[in-house]
Design a protein around this ligand. Structure first.
Ligand code: G3P
Ligand code: MG
Length: 265
């Protein structure tokens, strides 16, 4: 089975990252779901933004945790990308679930959106992020659509305590110090999936993950050849800024099937 294609911060190669416009475009481009980042505002509302500060992706300034949701709602999060996206806002998590209702709850046999919600926190003790995120997930009845992920195993541990039914994926990359690797991180996070940076994946890694009964969802892959390598190794999902390009890449016939010999079933 080809890997699922998850649009990283939405279709963020073409639309401003972590906005409803980028998520809707991901749907139009044939993604199976989206990845986005969530933090708390000063008044404890989960909002969708990657950086700790609003400066890079909006016309405002300051740290997300120092701003209220009303202050954040006034910011323009689209124009930095191109003028076409003027007026695009930093969405709250609730607004994302509302804005994607047709994709989250499709009619008929269409595959619903998979949401990979990244908990953006470096805190050892909670600021309430996990509790507030789980509350919104429950309010919109999307427990079965969401996969939580984080680089922070303590955040995933808190999420598990809050609602063990929502699955968890542990993010990590090759630059992490050796003591922050796999073994004891997994103890805290108790994940169903690993989310390694794509350069860490080879046949040995996949064999290890299968032995541990862990899914493998990898990021961030925009190169067709790399996507094909990962698909061949059997990863479960590829997180990409270009869902259209990567979808096409993993659908392409391999060399062994290009003469049609392996296409008949
Ligand atoms: O979830 C994959 C990826 O989003 C992790 O890195 O920095 O883009 O959130 P970052
Ligand atoms: Mg992320």
């Amino acid at each position: 089975m080809p890997p699922l294609i998850l649009a990283h911060r939405g279709a963020s190669a073409y639309a401003p990252e972590n906005t409803i416009a980028a998520f809707r475009l991901a749907h139009e481009l044939g993604a199976d779901g989206i990845e986005f980042d969530v933090q708390l505002t000063r008044d404890q509302i989960p909002v969708v933004i990657h950086d700790a500060a609003v400066d890079r992706t909006t016309n405002g300034a300051g740290r997300v945790r120092d701003l209220t949701v009303a202050e954040i709602a006034r910011l323009d999060a689209g124009t930095w990308k191109t003028e076409d996206f003027r007026g695009e806002a930093i969405p709250t998590l609730a607004q994302v679930f509302q804005g994607l209702a047709d994709w989250l709850h499709p009619v008929g046999r269409v595959r619903p959106c998979l949401i990979n919600l990244e908990l953006k926190t470096e805190r050892l003790t909670t600021d309430g992020l996990e509790r507030e995120v789980l509350n919104v997930i429950a309010r919109y009845g999307v427990q079965d659509r969401v996969l939580l992920s984080s680089f922070n195993p303590f955040s995933l541990h808190r999420a598990k305590t809050g609602n063990p039914r929502v699955p968890r994926g542990l993010l990590y990359y090759s630059g992490l110090p050796i003591y922050l690797r796999q073994t004891w991180l997994r103890f805290w996070a108790d994940p169903q999936a690993m989310h390694p940076e794509h350069t860490m994946i080879d046949a040995r890694y996949m064999a290890w993950a299968r032995r541990k009964n862990l899914q493998v969802n990898t990021w961030t892959v925009d190169e067709p050849a790399e996507a094909q390598r990962l698909a061949k190794l059997g990863v479960n999902a590829i997180i990409t800024n270009k869902p259209d390009v990567i979808r096409q890449a993993v659908m392409l016939p391999t060399a062994s099937s290009s003469d049609g010999s392996t296409t008949a079933s």
